[in-house]
Ligand binder design. Structure first.
Ligand code: APR
Ligand code: ZN
Ligand code: ZN
Length: 375
């Protein structure tokens, strides 16, 4: 029985910006009040973890344990944890839901500001971390830190899921799948018969396609500079695919011509300014909605003629697909178990945690959609 004791276990630590993952033995402290210690079973590799390694995210301090898309089992609780008990299957929530803050209480938002009010990033509410390695304090990542056998999170940043949920690809509900799927259903609110364009056919863009399909979109246009992604996009619901490199004119113009004036919904799932503008320019002048899902480089700015919006276009974005995390994740897991969508379609590789650097090599090469690390 490990409850009440410090746990020594394996974790992938990033010691400094741009360094590779280093497999280390770490100590995981006991959870304090309102905290939960979790045994991580499976965790996906997401582009945002890579942005963090490269120092492209503002909320990151080194040394750190990254990872934010996971499924696991509760090992023990700190005091005053109300809705979760040891043995429960859970998904950590990088967008928490405290239920008390002004955004949590507002049905229009899923951004909980409780976590943002901390004085310092990478630490728990009391200002300290629960990880140490070689005598050094190791920072946490976006309320989660899942590239480890054990982690500690706040109760507001974890949700219980069905006791029969798979402890494998269910991890994708913790980020990639839900982000894309919700962008279509919650943020854009895709309507039956509509035309959609998805820029970037990685894990996020493919999950957007799954959402557009379920919403009953009539045309789903996948856009990617890597045509290797077209088969899977079509399998998931894309009705056609466009490679911008096949044309001498801007891809937005190609889409305007092929749709007779622009799409109802355009989604940017790359994280580049150029594709954000291309998405906006491919949306219908009178009623097109563009949703930014990709995360751009820090301090990037976007420039466009404001008249482009005046005729009726909408430009918006969302984090975690607009889902209020604690409320929605259990339902998404149940929907997955009921085969409403197939998470396995997004999984191309599985590796043990020790081979995490290989997993990131696959991400960089464009060969993987999602790699799941089995911890
Ligand atoms: N036009 C169209 N597609 C492009 C372009 C471009 N100019 N440049 C790159 N792409 C494609 C890539 O070929 C790849 O298939 O975009 C896709 C991006 O996929 P991934 O790298 O797998 O990224 P993903 O995990 O899907 O995340 C996309 O969302 O959450 C954010 O941080 C994440 O910004 C990233 C974005
Ligand atoms: Zn809140
Ligand atoms: Zn992610």
């Amino acid at each position: 029985d490990t409850a009440g004791k410090v746990i020594k276990c394996k974790a992938a630590v990033i010691w400094e910006k741009s360094a590779p993952f280093s497999i280390e033995e770490i100590e995981v402290a006991t959870p304090k009040a309102h905290e939960v210690r979790i045994k991580i079973i499976a965790t996906g590799i997401c582009r945002s973890d890579d942005h963090a390694v490269e120092g492209k995210l503002s909320n990151v301090k080194f040394p750190i344990i990254l990872g934010h898309e996971a499924v696991g089992i509760v090992e023990s609780n700190g005091e005053n944890v109300k809705h979760i008990k040891p043995g429960d299957r859970v998904i950590p929530l990088f967008v928490p839901q405290c239920g008390q803050c002004m955004c949590c209480k507002d049905s229009r938002s899923n951004i909980c500001i409780a976590a943002k009010l901390k004085k310092s990033v990478g630490v728990m509410s009391d200002g300290t971390t629960r990880f140490t390695c070689r005598g050094k304090q190791i920072y946490h990542f976006v309320n989660t830190s899942t590239f480890t056998e054990y982690t500690v999170v706040e109760e507001m940043a974890v949700t219980k899921i069905d006791s029969g949920a798979s402890l494998d690809n269910t991890c994708l509900i913790g980020c990639g799948f839900s982000t894309g799927y919700g962008s279509a259903l919650n943020t854009a609110k895709v309507h039956p018969g509509s035309t959609c364009a998805i820029f970037g056919l990685g894990g996020i863009g493919l999950a957007v396609i799954m959402g557009c399909k379920i919403a009953g979109a009539g045309r789903i246009i996948g856009v990617d500079v890597n045509p290797d992604k077209f088969n899977i996009a079509k399998e998931l619901g894309a009705t056609e695919c466009i490679n911008p490199k096949d044309y001498d004119k801007p891809v937005a113009q190609v889409i305007l011509e092929q749709t007779g004036g622009g799409v109802d919904y355009a989604f940017e799932c790359v994280g580049h300014i150029e594709t954000m503008l291309a998405a906006l320019n491919s949306s219908h002048f009178a009623y097109g909605t563009t949703v930014i899902v990709g995360v751009s480089a820090p301090e990037s700015t976007i420039t466009f003629d404001p008249m482009i919006l005046l005729s009726g276009r909408t430009l918006k974005g969302s984090v975690f697909g607009g889902w209020k995390s604690k409320d929605s994740v259990p339902q998404l897991v149940s929907d997955s178990m009921a085969k409403k969508f197939d998470l396995e379609k997004l999984v191309t590789h599985r590796l043990p945690l020790d081979k995490i650097n290989e997993g990131f090599d696959l991400l960089h090469s464009g060969k993987s959609i999602r790699t799941i690390l089995l911890v």
